[in-house]
Design a protein around this ligand. Sequence first.
Ligand SMILES: *[C@@H]1O[C@H](CO)[C@@H](O)[C@H](O)[C@H]1NC(C)=O
Length: 306
Amino acid sequence: MASLCLLLASAPPALTARPQLVSRRAALFGLGACHPTLHSAAAAQLPSLRATLHTTRNDAPLSSSLIARPAYGVQAPDVYYPEWALGRWKVTSTLSSVRAPLGTALFAPRRNGTAALLQAREEIGKPLRYEARWRRDAEGRVVVDRRFCVESISRAAMGEGAVQEAEEDGPNHLIMYLTPSGAGGALYRADLNVVARRVDEQEGEGAFACAETTRQTIVLVPSEKYARATPPPPLIKEVETICTYDRVSRDVIQAEQRTATFLVGDALYTGEQTFAEQQAGLMSRRSDGTMLAVDLRHYDLKYERI
Ligand SMILES: *[C@@H]1O[C@H](CO)[C@@H](O)[C@H](O)[C@H]1NC(C)=O
């Protein structure tokens, strides 16, 4: 289960997008001056994704603004990547740090947090290899091949036979049926919904940064073997993934990722959650109600063109 959460947490903006760069700029610097909108005002105040990612690396001190759940929503229908991302890539992803910003007690609500943190840190420095692809959409824009990438990462993280089925339902929704190796054949249904998406327009040529937050609902699928009187309640989290990409050459991209996991403690979603999880959800909120990350991980990635 831990590896499943990790995998889903580290799914790249596999579930991620490049919005209307030109129109947004026009809104900010052109029309926006005469007709300011809430949208452009909010966009102007957002800190850069790259700075946020870099500031929380390693043992740097964390402020609550650096680990707060994004306040924006889905700002673009998909992430539109630069032309240089198009094609097939061999990816090497290496975990570089795991932090528990609110302490070990809240790191993994259904488990011993101290043990879970130690276990997560055992993966530091061990590279995960998988294939990633960017393709063109119907309008010719470069988008990530979501289903392919999520499946590819799932197999790399949970075993070659882990993915039973994956259904992509547009850029904002993906469902997977998984049997992680080492889980005794249990079948899980993972429902991933994009709830926030943003592309950073402060990036220069040869650089790209985007972020996506997905709400992940993971349930054990009842089966003969796992028929239980009381099935475990679904595990519901939101995971923000920030990605930066830097083009090194035509065939090499250097990238970094940061995942921040939030406990969904909202009554709207927690009807079936355990009391302990609801408490943890409440305790991981700032006094203004903003959710704060309980699990923060950084990864270094290298993309080599296939
Ligand atoms: C939690 O795990 C740590 C590290 O393995 C261990 O020292 C501690 O006793 C455990 N706590 C409980 C309550 O089981």
